[in-house]
Design a binder for this molecule. Sequence first.
Ligand code: BF8
Length: 669
Amino acid sequence: MPKPRTPEQQSSDPAAQEMLQRAEKLGISTAFSRADDMAPCNIGGPGMCCKLCGMGPCRLTKEGQTGVCGATIDTIQARNLVRAIAAGSAAHSDHGRDMAFLLKAVAHGEAEGYMLRDIAKLRRVAAIYDIPIDGRAPEEIANDLADLYIAQFGQQSGELAPVRRAPKKRQQIWREQGVVPRGVDREVVESLHRTHMGDDQDAEHILNHAIRTGLADGWGGSMIATDISDILFGTPAPIVGQANLGVLKANMVNVIVHGHEPTLSQMIVAASQDPEIIAYAKAAGAEGINLSGICCTANEILVRQGIPVAGNFLHQELAIITGAVEAVVVDVQCIMQALVELAAKFHTKIITTSPKVRIKGAKHIQFEEHKALTIAKEILRTAIDNYQYRGEIQIPDIRADLVPGFSHEYINYMLGGTYRGSFRPLNDAIMSGRIRGVAAIVGCNNPRTTQDYVHNYVARELLKQDVLLVQTGCGAIASGKIGLLLGEAGLDQVGPGLREICETVGIPPVLHMGSCVDNTRILTVLTQVVEEGGLGDDIDQVPAVGLAPEWMSEKALAIATYCVASGAYVIFGGASPVSGMPDKVSDSDAVLKYISEGWEKIYGGKLEFIPDPDEMIQAVLQHIDKKRAALGLPAYDPKRFGQSGDARMRQLEQLPLAERQAALYGGKK
Ligand code: BF8
């Protein structure tokens, strides 16, 4: 048994380290200590265990071995992988479905407390699908859009409607390959059917359906979720927020919303500002209610209302260990079952709210849209009633300011303004080499690596190389906690060309674009970059890379798949779910090779697993430079830039007065 890691080895975040020390002192287990106690299964981990029927489970450990039915390792790995991608797509897309039903309810005035907040986006999105907009009430348009979106899930044939938003050439590739999704549910169901015992047995053929299923998520369920969230809760624009456990307040009722869906959390935001609820909290002896978030629910309310983030995935237990949290309100996804037992050691109440998610021992207050505000207030009253039971607390005094909210609409606006919104300046900056390329660093935390370390190491190194970063999910929170999302504060850490662009446009070098379903915003940005011209005519030609350095969830695999299918090079850190025999690349790595080289030949994008952060960075830069060369762009040269604007002034400030005047005025005093 390896030695347990120290808190510094478990997390690079000092707030997390403080709570891990407290956990140790109190004799409490966390995901970090449980990961130390339990090595990952070396057969299941690389996808070599088949438990799809009662003849097994079959554990393949030797070259050439097959399962009882004769299934080879590549068939088994492909089946396991497509099932994970289907589960991830189902999670995102079911979220999208719920949003579509909420839009329908709002259009009919049947959802208490909700409204159509971004009518301009409603009209823009409706117009994409030829829904009439002129002279119609927003509710009528919303009703038609909701019907169209609801239909995408159960559609049996034809093409998913949002697919038409991809670059034309990309759509053509998908049609030629026969992978345009017909309906979201159909592709997920077919993944399960094909991988049932005795069905699809050709690994490449199985993986073709992984592409179709992933596309149903990215250009289907997730895109629908993002569109409707913006229409109902507002399209994000830059806003000031804070991140890390230090956002919890000692003298207030701390309520954390955790999970993924903005439907309930948005109502809790509204309810927490209600004078009656604030008075109720004061009557309980607190100074008020302090709302914060964890995971992607946090991102949803951070990018729209600036509600602080208590942390990313691995902070969910650590927040409770502060002893200062009255309630953790959860909806769906990324919620650890360990929360209930942990909460019982403190006074914290875990409140489940989704009809899909119950946890034994948690309090369940079911959320319903038609009385959303009433339920949100009931939840807050439950938390306030719990304040009196609070014991000793320890809140790390660590938090960072950040500026999130870079929707693709805002990026378009910030580059050109209201009347000439355009991606032209971004394309020009990439073409000139001021920006070497773009990297999307997204995805989870994983307790098997040092929390946030790979995220932040890779982010910092790529920024020095003039790579503009876009982020979502827990990756964005990792950057937020170290101040990379704060405008000019982080600019001394970035390359000279990128710095010039950030100073000119007035943006941070890392753009927080939202939650994990909002990775579809990145698809939209890439499409707009292509349509603007100068960087090829399809996404696979853009010097861009996607990374999930600390991935852990099946949703991350679904995201990777739709990004690859869209033409992106995607790199995952951590362990590969499809490597061959432990610690050995062999013939049995057919699946690993196919999702890299095989997919690249067809889609121009590929998925690779590179655990070492330095190798990851090299792979990113090589890919970006290769794409630049293929476009005929000048080779990246950091010495060419950084001589203008603010950078020039900073250089001059270093000079003695006479020399500075000479430089500025040509020797005239
Ligand atoms: O959907 S990044 S740990 S919270 S799965 Fe989960 Fe991963 Fe965080 Fe958001 Ni995305």
